[in-house]
Write a protein that binds this ligand. Sequence first.
Ligand code: AMP
Length: 390
Amino acid sequence: MSFADLGLVPGLARAVADKGYATPTPIQRAAIPAVLAGRDVLAAAQTGTGKTAAFVLPLLQRLGAPAGAAPRALVLTPTRELAAQVAESAARYARHGALRTAVIFGGVSERPQIETLRSGCDLLVATPGRLLDLQAQGVLDLGQVRCCVLDEADRMLDMGFIHDIRRILKLLPRERQNLMFSATYSSAIRELAARLLREPLVIEVAGRNVTAERIDQCVYRVPQAHKRHLLRHLIECGSWHQVLVFTRTKHGANRLTQQLQACGIQAAAIHGNKSQGARTRALSDFKERRITALIATEVAARGLDIRELPHVVNFELPHVAEDYVHRIGRTARAGSSGVAVSLVAPEEAAQLRDIEKLLGRPLPTASLPRYSVPAGESRPAPRREIRARA
Ligand code: AMP
C-alpha cells in the first residue's frame, strides 16, 4: 500500500516520498482515510509510530488552498520541542503547495510569533500557554478553526494543562473536527475524549503499552551512589556515541551532566528550567552528535524525535510504569534497533515490579561489569542477580 492509495493528493504524496517514506505506518493507514473523511479520531499512539504524519497529511489536504489570515487547523502540544517538531514536519509536508504553517510556544520572544500570525497561517501548532497569551492580546483569531488536534493529550493533562485546554476549546467554533492522540488511556483521558469527540474512530497501534520488539532491554541492579560510575563505564567501554539518559529531577540532570563532563564525556542537560535557547542547542548538538549524552527529565524529553537513537538509559526508573514504555520508545524508532538500559537501586524495586507487570514479563538482569569507583567509595562485588519471582 502506498500513500496515494490512502487518498492523498499528488503534492502531499510527493512530499512524503521526498522524505523517503514509501509505505504508510499502521497508524497512518488507519488515520489518514478517516481524517480525510472528516471523522473524529482517538488514537493510542506514541511518538515513533508516525503519528505526526497521520494527522498532518490529511489535515493539509482538507485545508486545500490558503484562505484568510486566521488559522483553520490547530495542533496543541504539551512541550515546545514537540511543537517545533510537529511544525517542522507540517512545513515539509506542505512544501509542494501554498498552505502556510506556523508555530508558537513560550520561552522565546513573542514578537516574531506575532509577526507570523499577522502575516497569516492555515495550520497553527501551539503550546497552550502562549496560545492563550496571544489570543488574549488580540493578535490571534481562533474563530476560523475547523479542526483541532490534541497531540500527546495524556502528557498535557500530566503537566496540568487541562484548564488551559478547556479555555482554548471554548474559544473555538463548536462545529469542528477533533483528533486526540495519547500514549496512554487514563480515566482523565477517557473523560476528555468523551466530552470532545463525536463518534470517533478509535485506533490502537501495536497495542498500547507494548514495547517494540526490536528494543533490547536490561536492568542493572546497582546502588544509587554508583550509578554514575556504571554509566560512565557503559558509555566508555561500549563506545556509545549517542545516549539519552533519563533522570527523575532537574537537579539530578544537572548534577549528572557535570559529573559526566568531569570524566571527559560530552554531555548536556535538557529540562524545564533551561532557557529555550539552551534546550534547542542541547538537542541540536545531540542530534548532530556533537555531544554523547543528553540528560533529560521526563517532561523535557517528551516527543523528542531523534533518528535511530541507539541507547536509552533510565538513570532512575519513572514513578508511572507507562512512562517507561514511552521513554524506551525513543530508541528503535521507525525500523532501527536499540538498547534500553535501566539502572535500578534497591529502593526502586517497587517501580520495577510495576513496569514488569505492565510489560507482562520480567526484564532480564545483566551482571554488573567491573566499573571503577574512585578511592574512598566502596563497590559491591559483581555477581549474578537471582531474583525471586511471584
Ligand atoms: P512520529 O511518531 O510522528 O514522531 O514519527 C516518528 C518517526 O518516524 C519520524 O522520524 C518520522 O519522520 C518517521 N516516519 C513517519 N512516517 C514514516 C513512514 N511512513 N515510514 C518511515 N518513517 C516514517
